[in-house]
Design a protein around this ligand. Structure first.
Ligand code: AMP
Ligand code: ZN
Length: 114
């Protein structure tokens, strides 16, 4: 997708602090961290949001889940805990329309909406 920031990161056109990568997903540090550990996990395929998952592409969710575990281990928070967030759509506050999950950790996150 030509004008997608995250596709540009995948292509190496925008620099990023990579945390983990395999053939289907990429994880990098969020540019505006909301916690000591704030990593964004994305599929390499451009999928705008959860609403665009379907029977053909939804297997990427398993890759993301395993990627989350790798990121938690690599950042040293797999034992202490972490929060995983997905914003789907404008009203949820999504600003980059390339499917992604935020892994947040490294501080007390116990004040929460749910
Ligand atoms: P969301 O608001 O859920 O769509 O999350 C988008 C996230 O992408 C925000 O937390 C931004 O700080 C982050 N972000 C935007 N541009 C970059 C970038 N170039 N490198 C790393 N993170 C970015
Ligand atoms: Zn994209």
């Amino acid at each position: 997708m030509k004008d997608c920031i995250f596709c540009k990161i995948i292509k190496g056109e925008i620099p990023t602090n990579k945390v983990y990568e395999n053939d289907r997903i990429l994880a990098f540090k969020d540019i505006q961290p909301q916690a000591p550990v704030h990593v964004v996990i994305i599929p390499k395929e451009h999928i705008p949001d959860v609403e665009h998952l379907n029977a053909e592409n939804a297997s990427i969710m398993a890759d993301i889940a395993l990627g989350v575990k790798e990121v938690a281990k690599l950042t040293g928070v797999n034992q202490t805990g972490y929060r995983l967030i997905n914003n789907c759509g404008k009203q949820a506050g999504q600003t980059v329309f390339h499917l992604h999950f935020h892994l947040l950790a490294g501080k007390d996150l116990s004040d929460r909406m749910v």
